[in-house]
Ligand binder design. Structure first.
Ligand code: ADP
Ligand code: MG
Length: 293
């Protein structure tokens, strides 16, 4: 997944504890092979290659994640859109590449989640040529959810599983809450706020994860589906709630939607809270979170 994975867990039996760790890392590797658009043989690459010509069998997990992605597109009025990748594929943050104007204009016509059809028989098809999907905005949330499920199967009751900006907590930190820090978007070494949590998920999307700068402008990895260009209003968006799949997708969504629209959406979701840091560094909290004094 091109990201750092970390797992903390306790087990009375060190051998079983090690086995649990290995099983979790194996699971993340399996999901990467399933969902990476960089692996030509992955199922998602097959969908991207063929689904405009004929329906492609997705398999239960991919199907479920695609369907949940489409639901979140509806919820966020298109701010979250896995078809962003027709433009997104032309960015290379390591090499500092971005689509030229002509490519951008052409590929932009292919971004629309309504081009993706999830059929009852478990197949996926695309309504148009050139449509591509990428689950980068939701897959890590699923990976950490799966990680915690595996930990539970090994009898673990307290764990913390993190993949990049997505963390899922199981229980507390053995008697005290887990303390999860939200990074200062412009200073890696500094924590903007620390939140005590247990049994919850927390996801942060930031413009500092993957980016390059060109002519004084920052090009990063969260794309506004209507323009095909990086979202500019905020520096990070953090979502807390019971399900890491949702917190992951919503952190990406709220990043795109910005402070007002984003927090208004979170206010409609009783189990989810959010913290947004705008481009001046100011922090905004959803109603359920009281700002620290
Ligand atoms: P991170 O990868 O840092 O955890 P996010 O959860 O915010 O960050 O996901 C960002 C990823 O989501 C991007 O790298 C890209 O794969 C994907 N993405 C970018 N823009 C969108 C969008 N508008 N809708 C859905 N997915 C997106
Ligand atoms: Mg996300």
């Amino acid at each position: 997944m091109g990201t750092e994975i970390s797992v903390y867990l306790w087990h009375d039996d060190p051998v079983r504890g090690k086995q649990a760790l290995n099983a979790i890392f194996d699971e993340v590797a399996r999901l990467d092979r399933l969902m990476s658009t960089y692996i030509e043989e992955s199922r998602i690459s097959e969908i991207n290659r063929d689904a405009a010509r004929h329906p492609v069998e997705a398999g239960d997990e991919l199907f479920m994640l695609i369907q949940r992605s489409l639901d979140i597109s509806i919820l966020t009025k298109g701010a979250f859109d896995i078809t962003y990748d027709s433009v997104g594929q032309h960015y290379d943050f390591r090499k500092g590449l971005r689509p030229d104007d002509e490519t951008l204009a052409e590929e932009l016509t292919r971004i629309d989640y309504r081009f993706v059809e999830a059929h009852e028989d478990g197949t996926i098809s695309f309504r148009n040529d050139g449509v591509r999907i990428n689950l980068g905005g939701i897959a890590k949330g699923y990976a950490v959810e799966q990680g915690v499920q595996i930990a539970k199967r090994f009898g673990v009751t307290n764990a913390r599983v993190t993949a990049g900006g997505d963390t899922r907590l199981l229980g507390d930190r053995r008697g005290t809450p887990w303390m999860v820090g939200v990074q200062n978007p412009r200073n890696e070494a500094e924590v903007a706020v620390t939140i005590p949590l247990q049994n919850e998920a927390i996801s942060t999307s930031g413009d500092y994860e993957r980016f390059f700068e060109q002519d004084g402008e920052r090009f990063h990895h969260i794309i506004v589906p209507s323009t095909g260009t990086p979202a500019g209003e905020v520096h990070s968006a953090t979502i807390i709630g019971p399900d890491a799949v949702i917190t992951d997708a919503l952190s990406t969504s709220v990043f795109v939607m910005g402070v007002d629209q984003g927090l208004r959406l979170i206010a409609t979701l009783p189990d989810y809270e959010g913290i947004v840091i705008d481009s001046t560094g100011e922090m905004f909290y959803s109603d359920g979170l009281r700002p620290p004094d």
